[in-house]
Design a protein around this ligand. Structure first.
Ligand SMILES: *Cc1c(COP(=O)(O)O)cnc(C)c1O
Length: 543
């Protein structure tokens, strides 16, 4: 009997195992393929999903075509031409008299006199466009008085490092107070935060913090975030670095604001956070933070408000303009806010603050390695050693500006932006239209009748550095304190340029037309990243 029973028990076990394997397989298939696909499609809607499939197919075909030897040759010839153009612009053959390219340390050290002259020569390579207020964003104050405040403070702390608070207690005090002052300004004096090196790091930290919080408290191992298409590129970067799925939801075409109903459809049990901007970078719209907060609360997920650009304009504008919707920690559901004090806080570049609702959440940002052979290692953000001098510079600026200073500059900047908006709406209504209804400092405009990139190229010939936007094609100006007094000149140049485009369009493509035109064709699209790589390569080139 036992002889007979053995194979049948064995085979029973075998069937059971294979049945089990079968259900496990189906479960895995369901979890990782069907469910993931369903959630993906739900977030994008039917039209969006079909479009994605179509786009994918098209890219596949173009990719194959580009692999043909003849296209390869054509692309490399064209890339080579573009490369020479970029190199000649960024790494000029002719330097100011007395300057040269250095590819190794000088045999003997240079004197302070030589350095002074060399700095002078290097500065002379810059164009005057920044000082004349013709650059969108980039330099947010630039006043000689404030520069002196920054230099005096930084020079006292050039060698300091907040990684060693016992050695530099003054730097620790300044950093803690910078964060606290921001928390108070954004309606959460009992919250928590840290300084970072800039808006991108603030956003990277917030995404990582919410990821680790969701893993610990909700067991989410395949995290996803939901962002409006107008969110800053740093959220894509964070998703890429930290292996998080990103759902990009188109904004309302007319208002340019986040589409809350569509964002809601993208939320699923893997969602860790939503994003809203106040305002966004492309067209300056402020997202409906209150509604996003309601969603975040309902689904018990995070809500990051990107106030990197809004920085100190938003809190002071709120005091001056009651129509501005709430955007800070006074809104239920907001769990994190990033604020770039190096933008409209006028602090030295390399300073930003990331704030959280409470201290518990901030803990997920820390990195701690208790077993390192170099000792217990603990750091609050991405960097290890950090420049205390930047913190001293930022602290000095904030103390020097004070509430009265920021209220005044806010009025000037927003006033100039609204003047620009009104002038475009009234005096350019036949040629241009404003994107959305911008309330803060960024004014984006496009055209139904003209190629807006041609306008941008001709403006840049006149020394204006406007930002080019894609989807839809547009230009924007982020008004800074420097550009406040340049608005009239901007409008005058814009009028002349538009008349020129209409009567006598240029026969040669400028940079914007070339680059953005390329991105709009199927064959050109895959070439854009190659151009961007080449551009970054060039930054590290000497001769
Ligand atoms: C500038 C900006 C950022 C990122 O800031 P960096 O300081 O350049 O890293 C993020 N979000 C918005 C809306 C911005 O304008």
């Amino acid at each position: 009997m036992s002889y007979l029973a053995t194979p049948s028990r064995k085979s029973r076990v075998r069937t059971l195992t294979s049945k089990l394997a079968h259900s496990v397989l189906i479960y895995i298939l369901y979890r990782h393929v069907v469910l993931a696909m369903y959630r993906h499609m739900r977030a994008r809607g039917v039209g969006g999903s079909l479009h994605e499939v179509y786009d994918y197919g098209r890219q596949l075909v173009v990719g194959l075509l580009l692999r043909l030897p003849s296209s390869k040759l054509k692309i490399s010839t064209e890339l080579g031409q573009a490369r020479r153009g970029v190199e000649d612009k960024l790494v000029p053959h002719v330097l100011p008299a007395g300057s040269e390219y250095h590819n190794a340390l000088p045999k003997e050290g240079k004197t302070p006199e030589w350095l002074k002259e060399e700095m002078h020569r290097l500065l002379s390579m810059e164009k005057g466009d920044v000082k004349e207020g013709r650059v969108s964003g980039a330099v947010y104050h630039g006043g000689a008085d404030l520069n002196k405040v920054i230099m005096d403070a930084t020079s006292s702390f050039v060698v300091s490092n907040p990684l060693h608070p016992d050695v530099f207690p003054g730097v620790r005090k300044m950093e803690a107070e910078i964060v606290k002052m921001c928390l108070t300004l954004f309606g959460n004096p009992n919250g928590a935060g840290t300084t970072t090196s800039g808006g991108t790091e603030s956003i990277l930290m917030s995404v990582k913090t919410h990821r680790d919080w969701a893993r610990k408290t909700k067991g989410i191992t395949n995290p996803e975030i939901v962002v409006p298409a107008s969110a800053h590129a740093a959220f894509w970067k964070a998703a890429d670095y930290f292996k998080i799925k990103i759902h990009v939801i188109p904004v309302n075409e007319k208002s340019r604001k986040a589409d809350v109903a569509r964002m809601r459809r993208a939320i699923n049990p893997n969602t860790i956070m939503l994003v809203g901007s106040a305002p966004n970078f492309p067209d300056g719209a402020v997202d409906p933070i209150f509604d996003l907060g309601q969603l975040a609360k309902k689904y018990k997920i995070g809500l990051h408000v990107d106030c990197c650009l809004g920085s100190f304009l938003m809190p002071f504008l709120k005091r001056q303009d009651r129509n501005l919707p709430n955007f800070d920690f006074s809104v239920d559901g907001v769990t994190a806010i990033s604020c770039d004090i190096h933008k409209y806080g006028f602090c030295p570049k390399g300073s930003s603050v990331i704030m959280y609702r409470d201290r518990e959440l901030r803990k997920y940002q820390y990195y701690i390695q208790p077993d390192w052979s170099g000792g217990v290692y603990a750091s609050p953000s991405m960097a290890g050693s950090r420049p205390g001098s930047i913190i001293a510079g930022a602290y000095a600026v904030m103390m020097h500006m004070g509430e009265d200073g920021y209220a005044r500059t806010c009025e000037q900047i927003v006033g100039a932006a609204r003047k620009l908006k009104k002038a475009i709406q009234q005096d350019f209504q036949d040629d241009l239209y404003i994107l959305g209804d911008p309330l803060v400092s960024v004014i984006a405009f496009s055209s139904n009748t003209l190629n807006i990139y041609v306008v941008g190229d001709l403006m840049s010939k006149r020394g204006w550095h406007l930002n080019a936007l894609a989807n839809p094609s547009a230009l924007h100006l982020a008004v800074t304190l420097l550009s406040v007094s340049a608005i009239d000149k901007l409008l005058q140049d814009l009028r002349e340029v538009i008349d020129e485009v209409k009567s006598n369009p240029p026969d040669k493509d400028g940079d914007l037309v070339a680059l953005y035109g390329l991105g709009q064709t199927s064959v050109g699209k895959p070439v854009v990243p190659l151009l961007a790589e080449m551009f970054i390569d060039t930054l590290y080139m000497t001769r």
